[in-house]
Design a protein around this ligand. Structure first.
Ligand code: NAD
Length: 406
């Protein structure tokens, strides 16, 4: 299997076969502006020093400061971070926000660290990178396994080092500490707005049966939002297991069950399935909301969903994407479907710089038309160019970046 950056570059190449772009412009997007690797020494609770590997990739800032989350995961490596940073450049352009693309990470399983170790590691990442960060330079955010509390430690460390009190260098902070109302559910909600905008055009029924892979910030929020709008979540999974109930899962009870038992498996009234089986369940909408490379040539022919909506970044490999396209299964691409997260991050940054605090309603009222606009523009681009929604999204984004690149 290709690494995520190879997948991302293959997606870019595929777009240039559908629409002619200036070769020099495309060649500038084949590598990031800057790719920084750091060693972070952390004093562990037992007094020893452990060195962790960290990253920040600044991909492209034609539209504004680099923007993108920080991922903590044991499998995080530079090619993953580069791919995610590239997709952020496309995503910010798709969402129509004045931000460029970046991404960061640390190779670590945060579950193996104490809270103190996690805080020292997070502050260490900022110490190494403070020079290249800043509200007008590079604005990180949370991603997998990074929380509002971690963003708060990072914002605090940045303030200590630079004296900048705007707190606008990190988004995804807690409420009351510079965070925005609505940031928690923003990615799932933005995904729902995109789905709702395109539902009829994609031939989906008014009430859909939905399968969600991932029970984290994005997956759980999205599942709850779909249910609150009358759709049925018939299966959902975390990293270990999935559970399935054709009558629709009670997500509140499921969350309580997982909290008590540490697993989704055995939830009363449901059937426990593997993650592999979960992806193959017949449904209207399949939502991968966990990690990259989940729908591949190995399982794509077993996918029985009418539509795939990617809330995770890069869950479908380029080869699998082609199979879905040829089978007439639309894929609402990550760069559109999960762009609600970065859009509300941008709102947070904007509020910090202006010294404002918007209500949740103000945030969601601003988010909805932006998601609708992006979804409809991409649908039109795909139609005009007789291609899929991913290439439609890339065309829209590349046109916007090309206009501003110098
Ligand atoms: P998270 O850490 O909150 O949750 C990840 C979830 O995935 C967890 O429930 C974990 O148990 C589950 N998981 C891990 N491996 C799995 C597997 N093989 N199968 C099924 N589930 C698995 O992370 P998150 O913030 O929800 O991010 C999920 C995805 O969404 C990532 O691809 C991330 O880049 C993307 N994303 C997140 C945001 C955001 O605002 N948080 C924004 C845009 C995109």
């Amino acid at each position: 299997m290709q690494n995520p950056f190879q997948n991302a570059m293959e997606q870019l190449e595929k777009v240039t076969k559908v629409k002619n772009f200036d070769k020099e412009f495309i060649s500038r997007l084949l590598a990031p502006d800057r790719d920084v690797r750091i060693s972070i020494p952390v004093k562990m609770d037992d007094g020893s020093i452990k060195i962790f590997e960290g990253y920040r990739v600044e991909y492209n800032n034609a539209l504004g400061p680099y923007k993108g989350g920080i991922r903590y995961h044991e499998d995080t490596e530079i090619n993953e971070v580069k791919a995610l940073a590239f997709w952020m450049s496309i995503k910010c352009a798709v969402a129509g926000i004045p931000m460029g693309g970046g991404k960061g990470g640390i190779t670590v399983d945060p579950k193996t660290l104490s809270k103190g170790e996690l805080e020292r590691l997070s502050r260490g990442w900022v110490k190494r990178l403070a020079d290249i960060l800043g509200p007008k330079k590079d604005v990180p955010a949370p991603d997998v396994n990074t929380t509002p509390e971690i963003m708060d430690w990072m914002a605090d460390e940045y303030e200590k080092i630079t004296g900048d009190k705007t707190r606008a260098t990190f988004t995804g902070k807690p409420l009351g500490k510079g965070g925005s109302e609505g940031r928690g559910p923003a990615t799932g909600l933005g995904g729902f707005y995109v789905f709702d905008s395109l539902r009829a055009q994609l031939g989906l029924p008014e009430k859909c049966e939905v399968v969600v892979q991932g029970f984290g910030n994005v997956g759980q929020n999205a599942a709850e939002i779909f249910v609150s709008h009358g759709h049925k979540v018939i299966a959902i999974s975390d990293s270990k297991n999935g559970v399935c109930d054709a009558n629709g899962l009670d997500l509140k009870k499921l969350a309580e069950y997982k909290k008590t038992n540490g697993t989704l498996a055995g939830f009363p009234g449901s059937k426990t399935v593997t993650n592999k089986e979960l992806l193959e369940i017949k449904c209207d909408v399949l939502i991968p909301a966990a990690f990259e490379n989940q729908i591949t040539t190995e399982n794509v022919n077993a996918i029985k969903a009418k539509v795939v909506m990617e809330l995770a970044n890069g869950p479908t490999t380029p080869d699998a994407d082609e199979v879905l396209f040829s089978k007439g299964i639309p894929v609402i691409p990550d760069v559109l479907a999960n762009s609600g997260g970065v859009t509300v991050s941008y709102f947070e940054w904007d509020q910090n710089l202006k010294g404002e605090n918007w209500t949740e309603k103000q945030v969601f009222d601003k988010l909805l038309p932006m998601m609708n606009d992006a979804a409809q523009k991409i649908f039109q681009k795909a139609k005009e160019n007789k291609t899929d929604l991913r290439r439609g999204a890339f065309i829209l984004a590349l046109e916007r970046i090309q206009e501003k690149i110098n």
